[in-house]
Design a protein around this ligand. Structure first.
Ligand SMILES: *Cc1c(COP(=O)(O)O)cnc(C)c1O
Length: 349
């Protein structure tokens, strides 16, 4: 990353730095040994997090990846199949954790442009246990969909896919790392998105701005089981109120995600106007810029943007992702458009 004071870091919404208020809250947090359930700050965070997604219970974990992997471990038996969409984070970016940590076999669904499987696609992917076949242990869905550019999947589509699995007695997990972005974009309560599934992951450390941590939520029985698996995976932590306290403040940042969405829309419009760049209007805070028409590889664009003072990430050969967040405002977005424009012009010459 270029070392300039005014670098506009749009690599991810994970790059936000904790606010002064969060740092104060961390310092002043009441703490205890959370493995003994003695940390009042964590207990409060888990209560408030469960309420935020409308589940009976929730557990605080170090990362979204761990939350997803714990969910898979709790819901499945080794040798079963995990049914999931082929562009999903769990399948693409979690180091084959499902097979390594839980011994499941993955079966992928090609869910097309929006990456939300239809009930028919789910039905086709479900495997019934018999003498030769292992049986499906879990369906995993994602909302917002990261790789598709933060698409907010409507409640009905998640519900229809989930219902098909649950009708076959297969539980459903939602990777809702950015589920509040989906809720804000759809104008619904997150609990409505979560209602049709058995468990949900969400990240405190992305758009909500906490320095560390994610939540795994579900019913009491599920969360009790998750507590044991978290320990198994090495995620049982002690005076963790120090990092949970900023998480409590992060839960208050839900409504302001609308600002990130407005900034992303502004950014996409600015980039789409550049020659050779296609940046469709985003649903939420993730902008994908496609530069295939200009023959401009994403890796080259990312390097040139870095030199120009803007951070982005390579998503695919010709796809670059830029993400808006708490630490960038509309002026930063305008500056970013100008800098990315220079980078594109320079590369095209
Ligand atoms: C970021 C992300 C995760 C993983 O979260 P980490 O805290 O980075 O481990 C999981 N799923 C999706 C969709 C994500 O965007």
């Amino acid at each position: 990353m270029a070392d300039t004071a005014d670098f506009i870091d749009l690599r991810s919404d994970t790059v936000t730095k904790p606010s002064a208020e969060m740092r104060d809250a961390a310092r002043d947090a009441e703490v205890g040994d959370d493995v003994y359930r003695d940390d009042p700050t964590v207990n409060e965070l888990e209560r408030r997090a469960a309420a935020a997604v409308g589940t009976e219970a929730a557990i605080y974990v170090p990362s979204g990846t761990m939350a997803n992997q714990i969910a898979i471990h709790v819901h499945t038996e080794p040798g079963q199949e995990l049914l999931l969409e082929r562009e999903s984070h769990v399948y693409r970016w979690e180091l084959a954790g499902a097979s390594k940590l839980s011994g499941v076999q993955t079966r992928t669904i090609d869910a097309g442009e929006r990456c939300v499987p239809t009930p028919e696609a789910v039905a086709e992917g479900l495997v019934e246990e018999d003498l030769h076949r292992p049986g499906t242990g879990l369906l995993s869905l994602e909302n917002t969909h990261n790789f598709r550019g933060g698409t907010a999947i409507p409640i009905g589509e998640i519900a229809a896919a989930a219902e098909t699995a649950r009708d076959a007695a297969v539980p459903v997990h939602l990777d809702g790392a950015r589920v509040f972005n989906a809720a804000v974009a759809l104008g619904v309560d997150a609990s409505e998105i979560v209602a049709p599934v058995d468990s949900v992951t969400f990240c405190l450390s992305k758009g909500l701005g906490a320095p560390v941590g994610s939540i795994l939520a579900g019913d009491e029985e599920f969360v009790e089981a998750a507590r044991r698996v978290r320990k198994l995976f090495g995620g049982g932590m002690r005076q963790v109120g120090m990092i949970a306290a900023p998480g409590l403040l992060a839960l208050e940042n839900v409504d302001r995600l609308a600002d990130d969405h407005a900034n992303a829309e502004r950014l996409a419009a600015g980039l789409d106007a550049l020659d050779g760049v296609a940046a469709p209007e985003p649903d939420t805070n993730i902008v994908v810029a496609r530069t295939e028409a200009a023959g401009l590889p994403a890796g080259d664009l990312v390097d040139a943007c870095d030199d120009a003072g803007v951070g982005g990430v390579e998503f695919d050969d010709y796809t670059t992702r830029f993400t808006t967040h708490l630490d960038v405002d509309d002026t930063d977005v305008d500056d970013a458009i100008e800098r990315i424009g220079h980078a594109v012009t320079e590369l095209s010459n």
